[in-house]
Write a protein that binds this ligand. Structure first.
Ligand SMILES: [Cu+2]
Length: 207
């Protein structure tokens, strides 16, 4: 495993693989050697977008971190009932219902050339129920194939963590804000028609 290059902006905490704890226990915080983050953020994945919530359940388009901040990410599929049940009440209650999420899609995702967005969504729910979450420098997707193995060298800070609908708990990971820049949340699991739209550009900013 090569070390993250000097272009790493937000370095992964704890392991060279960049991901901490694929199956964390939330009761005691984050898995792995007493990682206790400065900030905790909640990321919900739905067809086809991400919700970014803070501990109070307030939604943000972006969160700004000072260099050196450690960030605990608690990520979940908004269709994973088991995972939802383990979130703090303030966060769980802030997750919009499916109709509200579908309205968001209509505002930002074009309908398929043949057919309707709603049908594409139903099909995706049935056939592609899972998502994942990766965090990488904004613009990175457009410059590189994210699956080509060059992610660390390109400054990606979080390798994809799985967010299956069948998950019984949220997926947790930890990162450290190490260099300034904008970072995008993105889904690297094919989740149907709207998958290419499934990113939150500039969601994390290290100032
Ligand atoms: Cu997805």
């Amino acid at each position: 495993m090569t070390r993250p290059s000097r272009r790493k902006f937000l370095a992964a905490v704890g392991t060279s693989a960049g991901t901490l704890g694929l199956a964390g226990c939330l009761g005691g915080g984050f898995p792995g050697r007493g990682f206790s983050p400065d900030r905790t953020v909640y990321v919900g994945a739905y067809h086809w977008g991400f919700l970014l919530l803070d501990e109070a359940g307030d939604e943000h388009e972006r969160l700004v971190f000072d260099p050196g901040t450690t960030v605990g990410i608690v990520a979940f599929n908004t269709s994973a009932e088991g995972a939802l049940s383990q979130l703090p009440g303030s966060v769980r209650e802030a997750v919009p219902d499916h109709e509200a999420l579908e309205e968001r899609n209509e505002a930002r995702i074009p309908s398929p050339p043949e057919g309707e967005l709603h049908e594409a969504l139903e099909e995706a729910n049935e056939r592609y129920p899972d998502h994942s979450l990766a965090v990488m420098p904004s613009g990175y997707n457009r410059m590189h194939d994210p699956m080509d193995g060059g992610m660390m060298g390109g400054g990606m800070m979080l390798h994809p963590i799985p967010l299956p609908r069948a998950a019984s708990r949220p997926t947790t990971a930890g990162v450290r804000a190490s260099e300034r820049g904008d970072y995008t949340l993105t889904c690297l699991t094919d989740c149907g028609y709207g998958h290419p739209f499934m990113e939150l550009d500039g969601a994390f900013v290290v100032r």
